[in-house]
Design a protein around this ligand. Sequence first.
Ligand code: 13P
Ligand code: SF4
Length: 303
Amino acid sequence: WITHAPLVHAIQRLKRERRAVVLAHNYQAPEIFHGVADRVGDSLALAQQARDTDAEVIVLAGVHFMAETAKLMNPDKVVLCPEPEAGCSLAASITAADVRALRQRHPGIPVVAYVNTSVAVKAEVDICCTSGNAVEVVESLGVSRVIFLPDRYLAAHVATQTAVEIVPWTGSCEVHVRFTGEEIEEYRSNYDDLLVVAHPECPPDVLAAADIVGSTARMVELIEAKKPPRVLLITECAMGDNVAAAVPEVEIVRPCNLCPHMRRITLANILAALETLSPRVEIDPAVVAPARRSVERMLAVRP
Ligand code: 13P
Ligand code: SF4
């Protein structure tokens, strides 16, 4: 904190000067999450906050698809992504051409896209979802079968929660795929009173071994509300530091799998972005309207 202080103060000052807001994902490092973020949350909350903010400049402390979503909600505002190379293995797993080919293979079946996709993919689909509203979004379509992309594990989890038939894609999160059910059982045998909460991007054997499955926001809400003595947090481990600081009475046990993309966002590049008002997120005008419609349809579905 002592070494972070000058950067934190400089960012706070520039935020006021620029009338800027910093929206940070739950996986951001504590010095960003606690030090400079105005609002924090999961992907769904970030999309809602981007829609509702009256700030003139939005800095999205998260990966690139999150900044793209913020820009879709604010085509006329400056949206800064401090490190545009901060990608996502899920977003990289599918292209707009892949979606068109899927539609040809499954004519008439609506397509639901996890927000962890590029704006070009969002423009090709019927509706977006996040891990916090995936089941509600799928069921909101009132059909018996949907294509669900790109995360095969989130698709498999949604299929366990609904009667709607799910046609999956093959993507996976390079972070959550590393957890194993065996590892969870080992933690259980080493700790008493362990509540296991897992993100739905994990493989099925991990989710079967967990007590609760939910988005990052659901995990935080649950820990803050119930204050269980000890939680095994099966998700990106920087979040464990943020939760541990917010609820010190809960012991957070966490196998440490970090997202290399989230880790590319730093106080230094947030400061540089505010100083230079770049790098800005720019979206191909041809895809803005259809991609925005997919996100807005999602936001109209109440979880
Ligand atoms: P949440 O929407 O649950 O925050 O998940 C986003 C993400 O990228 C998880 O890896
Ligand atoms: Fe993408 Fe996984 Fe990183 Fe989330 S944790 S941003 S899904 S690579």
